[in-house]
Structure formats: structure tokens, C-alpha cells
Design a protein around this ligand. Structure first.
Ligand code: KDO
Length: 329
């Protein structure tokens, strides 16, 4: 109604441009993710929506698309860059395709814990690295969420103590070079498979195993088609709640603050719940009949760190960045 009142009035038209908060049409924010409904990074999206509705009533229309139904896993950054999607939760692996400096965060055994992850991204390191994403990708990172610590989950029974025990093991990884590199660094034979196809691939034996944090192994029910979980702790993984630069630029300052605060609230909800559940899940999987055990983590850490430091990937890491990340306590 308010919009119709502006029609034909020059002053009204100017006002409509200057004060987007009064626009009758809420700003559409479509979020696309491969996450399944029961996982914490999916459950945090309604929190984002509710928080935004509280602080900016009627100004946003948040649409949540799960299970990779709107955009396929890994295609979200390009969709945001083309203006076809407003928001997504992207990984360091997605980012490093366009910003090679970011492959530092795809490296196994660098970040030490969820607390370390938060501190790193709240520090100058985070500011600098987010700046690269804005400059090179025109994507605004709103906040970092803890996806969990990645572990191995196998349908085979052979015990895994060291990287050598993964020789010839067909380990599903998401479909990009940096992900496959991680699988290889662990000693396995990595195969690219989309997240939505893991369950069937485990069930049919197309793959021997996959890696994901324990809350995801529960939420996506991978444990139903697995015999063992090997607690390698190989990657303290992150998901970056992000907005396309073009959508971000259209917001006024108040709306930007509302979006940032809602993102922080959502991520806080994710982190608290995920960390709590992650600590309890080994018992749950054991009760489901799986073997759950720690391998020789030092053997994995030593090999993986060496492999990354000697790789082509590490040549793109900003100078001194590993030391700066390590120095954050
Ligand atoms: C996966 O495909 O293994 C992964 O964990 C990779 C993440 O970057 C992220 O895309 C995640 O899947 C999805 O959000 C589904 O949980």
C-alpha cells in the first residue's frame, strides 16, 4: 500500500530510494545448503530468520533451502557471484578454488579446537582472510560456524591405526581438488562423491568410507551403513555463513547490523549445540554396534602436516600465516 502511495510523486520516489526500510517488498534472502534438516548448521538457519524478524520486522523474507535442492554442493559461490543466490554456507575448500591463500584452512591438523577456530577468525588473521574473500570473490562472510571435527567412518572392518592402513581404501571426499588432496594426505585413495550420495555409496560398497564430523554422521544416518569410526580428528572444520556482495551492498547500515547480529546468534546456537553433541556421540555410535576408537593420531598428524607444508598449496599461503595461526592461544 505504502508503495502505491509513492506512485506519481517525485518526493515519494526519492524517499523510497533513500529509505529502503519503508519498502513494501521485503528483501528476499534465499539460503542454499546441502545440509540435512537434522544437522545443527541446518537448524541454525531458522534462528537466523527469527533473529532478523525480531530486529528488522517485515524487512526480510528469508527462504531456507536444504539438501542441495536449490543449488548443488559447491556451486553456491558462483551462484552468489552471478546474482542468482543471496546466501549460502560455504567452506574453506569452496573459497580456496578462487582464493588460493585460503587453502591454508583446508589443511589437516592446523586449527586445534573449536575455540581456536573462533579466536583465529576473530583475530587480524580472520579480518585479513575475509578481506581477500570480499576483494577477490565479492562475497561477504558474515560469520564462521563450527562444522565439527572430521573423523573417518568406514563400512569395512579392518582396523586403522596409521595412514598406511588406509592404503587402497576408497575414501569418499567432496568433489574438489583440495578435498581430494586431504584424502590423499591421510593415506587413502580419495573418490569425489556429492554429500547427498554418500549413504547409498556406503550401502552399495561404491566407497569404503567417508569423512565428516560425528554430528553429521548421526544427522545423515551414515552410521547405519558403517562398521567403524576412526577418531583421527584430522580437520577442525568450518562453515562460513556468507552473502553475495551485490545483496549486501543493497542493505542500509541498520539492516547490515541486523544481518550480522542474526548471523552471530545463529552460529552461537550451532556451536553450542554441536560441541555438546559431539562430545556425547561416541557412546551413541557404540550403542548402535559400531567400533569407535582412536588410531595413532600422532602418525596421522606428522604425515598430514608434512604433506601440506611440502605441497604446491602451501606456496599460496600468506607468508608467516602458519606461525600467526599457531601463536593464537
Ligand atoms: C561434506 O560434503 O562432506 C561436507 O561436510 C562438506 C562441507 O563443506 C559442507 O558442504 C557439508 O558437507 C554440508 O553442509 C552437509 O553437511
Amino acid at each position: 500500500l505504502s508503495r502505491r502511495l509513492f506512485i506519481g510523486s517525485a518526493a515519494g520516489a526519492a524517499m523510497a530510494v533513500l529509505t529502503p526500510a519503508f519498502s513494501a517488498e521485503p528483501i528476499k534472502l534465499r539460503i542454499s545448503t546441502p545440509a540435512v534438516e537434522a544437522d545443527w548448521h541446518a537448524k541454525m538457519l531458522p534462528v537466523f530468520k527469527q533473529e532478523l524478524e525480531k530486529s528488522a520486522p517485515g524487512q526480510f523474507d528469508v527462504e531456507i533451502h536444504l539438501n542441495g535442492t536449490l543449488f548443488k554442493q559447491g556451486t553456491e559461490p558462483a551462484a552468489m557471484q552471478r546474482g542468482n543466490l543471496e546466501m549460502a554456507m560455504i567452506s574453506a575448500f569452496d573459497i580456496s578454488k578462487q582464493v588460493p591463500e585460503w587453502s591454508i584452512f583446508t589443511s589437516g591438523y592446523l586449527l586445534r579446537s573449536p575455540e581456536h577456530q573462533v579466536k583465529v577468525f576473530e583475530s587480524d588473521v580472520g579480518k585479513e582472510m575475509y578481506g581477500l574473500v570480499e576483494d577477490k570473490m565479492a562475497i561477504k562472510v558474515l560469520s564462521v560456524g563450527y562444522l565439527g571435527t572430521r573423523q573417518l567412518n568406514l563400512r569395512t572392518e579392518k582396523e586403522v591405526k596409521t595412514p598406511a592402513d588406509l592404503g587402497g581404501v576408497k575414501l569418499r571426499m567432496p568433489g574438489s581438488d583440495t578435498w581430494l588432496f586431504l584424502g590423499k594426505a591421510l593415506g587413502a585413495n580419495p573418490l569425489p562423491v556429492a554429500f547427498g550420495e554418500i549413504y547409498t555409496a556406503l550401502q552399495t560398497g561404491a566407497i569404503d568410507g567417508q569423512d565428516n564430523p560425528l554430528p553429521t554422521v548421526r544427522a545423515a544416518k551414515f552410521y547405519e551403513v558403517s562398521k567403524q569410526i576412526v577418531l583421527t580428528d584430522h580437520l577442525v572444520d568450518a562453515i562460513f555463513l556468507s552473502m553475495s556482495g551485490s545483496a549486501w551492498k543493497k542493505l542500509d547500515d541498520k539492516q547490515k547490523t541486523a544481518v550480522m547480529d542474526a548471523a552471530k546468534a545463529a552460529v552461537r546456537y550451532n556451536n553450542e549445540n554441536r560441541i555438546k553433541e559431539e562430545a556425547e556421540l561416541a557412546d551413541f555410535f557404540k550403542a548402535q554396534g559400531l567400533k569407535v576408537y582412536k588410531p595413532d593420531v600422532e602418525a596421522f598428524r606428522t604425515l598430514v602436516q608434512k604433506t601440506y607444508l611440502e605441497s604446491e598449496l602451501s606456496k599460496a599461503w600468506p607468508k608467516g600465516m602458519v606461525d600467526r595461526v599457531n601463536a593464537i592461544k
